[in-house]
Design a protein around this ligand. Sequence first.
Ligand code: FAD
Length: 303
Amino acid sequence: MAYKGRRAVDPHVVMAEVIGTKQVSPNMMRVTLGGDELDRFTPAGYDQWFRLFLPRAGQDMLRLPTRTSGLWYAEYLTTPRARRPWVRNYTVRAARPDLNELDVDFVLHAGEDDGEEAGGHDAGHGAGHAAGPGAGFAQAAEQGLRVGLLDQGVAYNPRHDHDWTLLVADESGLPAVAGICESLPDDARGVAVVEVPTAADKQEFRAPAGVEVRWVVRSEVAGDDAGQGGTHDAAAHAVPGRAALADLCALDLSGHGGDVYAFTIGESALATGARRHLVGERGVPKAHVDFVGYWRHGKAAPS
Ligand SMILES: Cc1cc2nc3c(=O)[nH]c(=O)nc-3n(C[C@H](O)[C@H](O)[C@H](O)COP(=O)(O)OP(=O)(O)OC[C@H]3O[C@@H](n4cnc5c(N)ncnc54)[C@H](O)[C@@H]3O)c2cc1C
């Protein structure tokens, strides 16, 4: 089966506003965005992602880049720091174009203080533990709060015919895995390995009957597999992605015949480690594996 990924259609920054929030699980907040300008945001399914522009503390006006393609970033950098919005990357969890609405699922991570500016989140949230402008925004998002979105298209992009799909993700990649599974044809086959912090963070989504979704629950795996010896609690707070990588490395994939297309996403060591394992240990051709480091443990996103 071949699938051609796509770039964003006529991308430009559109303004949207928060119309609701829902805590979908202990560590995931769904923010629904709406507004007339969303009719210029073309839903593409799969793991369509976008740049999210968020106001900093004290900014009552959101200064959004007017340039698109790669040029928005140069424009952004020439804006004085105090007037720049925060920029983070997120995935479309669901789109309702008839209503001009998008759902976005934010991991409410506690992060780790890396001593950089973004560690001191100030995107308008109040008391709480979520670290970083993105997570902090979701935790305290109020109706009417305005944000900007710049469509970046779909990253899931098999460039070869393949017989089955392998997805590997931590919870930051759960929206992408759900979107990909919901977009795959009914006769698709494959495996999705998804790590979540707790059993209550598993989500229901439509997946083709031939795609097995394997949940790896960080709080339930042995401490060593999760990257930290010790207590149950320590395992629950271990670095995301380590347990999914351990699960992948131990997984018997011999039942899947034919060529695979693998897509590995999430914490950078998971995305790269999974690719290294598949290419080095399983003999998967490099061109059949795409990997995207979504975030780095201990490092805030750069802007
Ligand atoms: C294409 C793409 C799509 C993405 N889609 C989603 C999505 O739909 N939902 C989603 O939640 N994330 C998604 N991410 C990941 C998200 O962009 C990062 O997690 C981002 O760093 C969050 O920004 P922040 O402001 O909350 O934290 P930052 O200010 O960037 O980081 C603050 C601290 O938190 C840590 N941190 C950041 N993210 C996490 C995490 N998930 N878990 C634990 N610690 C973390 C950092 O290491 C740092 O120490 C996506 C990333 C990419 C590249």
